[in-house]
Each structure stands twice: as C-alpha cells, then as structure tokens.
Design a protein around this ligand. Sequence first.
Ligand SMILES: Nc1ncnc2c1ncn2[C@@H]1O[C@H](COP(=O)(O)OP(=O)(O)OP(=O)(O)O)[C@@H](O)[C@H]1O
Length: 524
Amino acid sequence: MVMKTPLVNFRRMSVPTPWWVVLTLAVPLLLFRLCRLVVRNRRLLPEVAAVVVLVWAWAEYGWAPLLLGASLAAGLVGLWLWRWPESCRRWLVLPMLSRWRRLWAYWRQWDEAMTLCGLVKTYDGGRKVPTLLSVRCTYATDEVRLRMPRGQNPEIYHKAGSNLAYSFGSRHCRVFSGRRTSPPIRDGRWAWLLRLVDRVRFRDRPRHVWLVFIRRDPLTQVVSPLPVQARPDFTALPLGLREDLEVYTLRLLATHLLIAGATRMGKGSVIWSLVRSLATAITSGLVRVWALDPKGGMELSIGRPLFARYCDDDWPAMADLLDRAVAKMRERQARLRGKVRVHTPTVDDPLIVIVIDEIAALVAYLPDSELRGRINASLALLLSQGAGLGVLVVAAVQDPRKEVLSLRDLFPTRIALGLTDRAQVDLVLGDGARDRGALADQIPLTSKGVGYVLLDGQPEPARVRFSYISDDLIRDMAATFPAPAEPQSVTVHTYRPSPRPASGPLLPSKLRAALESTQDGEAA
Ligand SMILES: Nc1ncnc2c1ncn2[C@@H]1O[C@H](COP(=O)(O)OP(=O)(O)OP(=O)(O)O)[C@@H](O)[C@H]1O
C-alpha cells in the first residue's frame, strides 16, 4: 500500500501543528468543493430531497402511513390520467419520465459512454467530459442537451451519433447543433417582459448540442391522412409526421420541390399528401395544379378532376404544357417587375403548381432529343425563375444522379425517401447530409413513405413519414375538391420543328416559337 507522506511533517520538525492555519485553509476549501458539487448536480436536488423525506417519514412513522400515502397518490394520478390524459401526460408523466431517464439512463453511465465514444478530451492532466445539462422526454424521444468541452464542434457528435445511440440503448440518435424549438409567441399585458426573458432563455448557445434518442419508432405505423385545412397556409402545409410526433409541414411558397426515392418507396404518397393539403385552395381556384404523368397516367390519372391541366401520354402536349407555364411566368414577370419580389396567389392570379411524376422520363429517357431539349429548356427556366413568380415545380425522381437529372440543383427543397445507394443521399440532401444522420439508404423496403427532409434553419435532417392516401380517398378528394374549369381551353400544340434564327436568342428556338404562339393566342 502506498502511504502518502504529509506535505509538511510538523512532528519531525518538533513544531506544534498550527491547527488554526490548517482549519482556516481546509474548511473554506471543503465548503467550496461541497458547494461546487451541489451546484453541478443541482438538477438532482429534488430526487435527493425526496429520498431524504421518505427516509425521515419511514423512520418517524413506520411503513404503514407511507404505503397509505403512496396508494392515495397513485389513485389520484390514475384518476387524473383517466379523466384528463393529455394534461396528466404533459405535466406529470413526461416530466417524471424525463427525471427518471436523466438519472437512470444517462447520468449513471454518462462518463463511461462519453469516454468510449471518444468525446472526452484531456487537458493539463484533467479530463474534460461533455456536461449533461438536461433531458426532456416526449412520447417517442429523449432529447438530451449537453455542453461540449472546449476544442470540440458538433461535427464530432454527428460522427459519433450511431455509437451514442447504441451506448444509451437506442437504435437512432439524431444530433442537432441548434435549439429545436423556437421562442413562444407572447401576447397580453406582460408580453414585453416575457419576450425579454425569452431573449435570454432562447439566446444562441453555440456550445450546446442536442442529442435526440429515438426510444420508440412512431414511424413504423402508417400515417393516416391529415385533415384538409379550410385555408391552406402555403408556408406550412401538413404532409406527414416527424419522428418526434410533430406534424411535418412543408413550405411550398416560392420554392420547387424534388422528391427522390427508389421505386415503390412512396413518392406517390408525398405528391398526394401535398395535393390533399392544397385541396380547398384547388377547388377555390387559388391554386392550379398542372399534372404531368409521363408513366402513362399510372399515378396521377386517378385524381384527374383535381388538376387544372393534365397530360400523361402525349409527349409534345407535355412540352406544350411546360411552354405555357413559361409563358405564364414571363407574363407575370413583366407585370410584377419592380412592384413585388414574391407573387401573392389570388383566384385571378393563382399559384401554379406543376406536378411531374418521374421527371427523368421527360428530361433524360425521352428518345426524341429535340423534344427532350425543349422540355429541359422550359424546366430550366421555370426552376431558375418561377419560384418567386408563383409557378412552382414539384417533381418525383427515382435516380437523382446528375447524368439523369442535370437540373437537380435548381430544386431548393428536396425530400429523400428510401434510396438504393448511400452516395445518393448527399446528392439529394446536400453534402454531408448522410453524416449528419440522413440514413435514407438504410430505410427498409417495408417503410414506404418514410424519408428525410431538411427543416427550416436546421442543417440536420429530420426523419418523417408521409401520410398514406389510398386510391379510394384520392377518388373521394377528386369528387369533393374538383378544380374549376380553366379560363382558357387547353391548346395542345403538336410539335413542329422550326428553323433556328440567325441571331443568338436567350431562349432555345423551339421554346421561343412556342412562347410566341402562346402569347399570340392569349393576345387574341
Ligand atoms: N406513406 C405510405 N404509407 C404506407 N404505405 C405506402 C405509403 N406510400 C406508399 N405506400 C405503399 O407503397 C406502394 C408504392 O407506393 P408509390 O406508388 O407511391 O411508390 P412510388 O415511389 O411512387 O413508386 P414508383 O416508383 O413505381 O412510382 C403503394 O402501393 C402503397 O401501398
């Protein structure tokens, strides 16, 4: 056994121990350490207090009154849960669960897990362990907030995500570098004060990282169709459920949407969930959906009455439809130039949503190269200029590679359903998305309609499941929310090659010809 020699051996020096000096130094030091221990573990104080009170009550009164008190409390909680389950879960069950999980699942093995996951740093002979700050449980997830030691950034936690998940007995752990909730909207007399408090509470904390452990996967269940909104909010259209059981809403206004997914992974459910969320606006004429189904109408024809314009087997007609959209966009551009920066949909000037199921069939696989070029040119114009002008493109694709879809990067909003190859995840959601947790290539074949999306203002992808809209429901929607007749009859142009003009135009010749003919038609 190693004996520790005292720093100063007063006895050998034949000097009486100066107890007053020792006590003056040691007592404050001990008190300081005790205070630091309490402050560091202050979140455990309620548990410690509860144990102390229980032990005291048991010693004072014996076990019988304790048992009686516990039964009474259990009865009251049971009654609360039975009569007001929502409030009971919110105010009692989830907070208690959060405390329990913090203590048992995280605090107990925090040091070991952080060390084994390689997240502990050493400095000046000491260990710098990430600090466990809080644990908040929802029905499906545990949200753990930690403070990184100096010398780390959230990227390290993204990389360790999988190890962290298994270390804490879960299969998935999503890592977020920013706060996941925004400050509440305050009104009333004390709103100014609450807003001030919120400014401090919700201030940016770059050293905090949020680990979201999925305790139970709510996305294994099929998501039922969400209710149709009376007045759709184009900035938050409800399309499905997130894995934290929040409703996933899509911001459609002023964006284009690309849905990438391997065959039979549920691209149709994204399209139909979107159409359903727009249903009342479709029937009021505020939104006009122009649908192209190059796969011969296998997906979209069933909801034909919902679409203001529709093509499924006539390639030149599809090209004409896109040309019409470009003409509409140009006309709006001329009208709104210098007045507004983003078009506001009205019944007279509606939002045009061009839905294309399997866009690759139009831009890559179409054998007629001239027609293909014309379609590519129209789509490039729509995608690069149409968003702010209220002419939006929503397209589904199986293969997101550039060779197939050269226009991919012109879609600002993208959804990755189950994909076949891990490299495709970054192609769809952007560089590093897979490392940040978008495991779209690992979505099992049985999880149709499950995918990853990027939420506003967050670099980390979220997993969602889109609502499943059955064929019967689509028929029902088509009968209940048909699109009003188009103001002008649909002119289906037949494709006529025209000679290339001598001077270099901004638009391809075919497109220019088509636009001119359309504008002539509209002027007439
Ligand atoms: N959100 C969903 N929830 C549950 N099941 C779904 C969902 N979406 C689709 N499915 C099921 O998966 C099958 C394939 O869906 P869907 O046709 O939408 O896939 P897809 O990706 O559009 O296929 P394709 O590549 O052939 O166009 C459907 O028949 C349906 O039963």
